[in-house]
Design a protein around this ligand. Structure first.
Ligand code: CUA
Length: 152
């Protein structure tokens, strides 16, 4: 009957979805970075298409992407510059231990976990200077772990 056919088709779809998700999660060299962030191999950051070359990328219009790698006890890049009126999406990961990436005076305050990519977007309307801080204790140099973001 048609009911059995539909059931079979649904099963095929479900198995297909599971296979796709499993492959995405454990497949070789695959990093999933989507609207919620994603995962990354912390030992292969230097070769990663996004994090191998950190910094600011103009992606069109007023949109910018900033790729940041945190490591004890600094950020790469340490200084970030974006124009006023820009919409900036940060992608942040850690090379070693858990840090945080907090842009003082904005709503950006996220944990940065090795193997994971934190993604967040913020708009900078006015020129100004913002401190970047690590709020997660990460060892003896934790209190020196900082950066600077300048909106020009
Ligand atoms: Cu990095 Cu605290």
């Amino acid at each position: 009957t048609y009911e059995k056919l539909w059931l079979a088709a649904a099963m095929v779809l479900i198995v297909g979805f599971i296979a796709t998700i499993t492959y995405g999660a454990v497949g070789p060299g695959v990093s999933m970075i989507d609207d919620d962030g994603g995962s990354i191999d912390p030992d292969a950051i230097s070769d990663h298409e996004r994090f191998g070359d950190t910094g600011v990328t103009h992606v069109g219009g007023n949109e910018y992407e900033v790729d940041v790698v945190a490591q004890a006890w600094s950020y790469s890049p340490g200084e970030i510059e974006v124009p006023a009126g820009s919409e900036v999406t940060f992608y942040v990961t850690s090379r070693d231990v858990t840090h945080s990436f907090s842009v003082v005076g904005t709503n950006i305050n996220t944990m940065v976990i090795p193997g994971e990519v934190s993604k967040m977007t913020v708009e900078f309307d006015e020129p100004g200077e913002y401190g970047i801080l690590c709020n997660e204790y990460c060892g003896e140099g934790h209190h020196n772990m900082e950066g600077k973001l300048t909106v020009v």
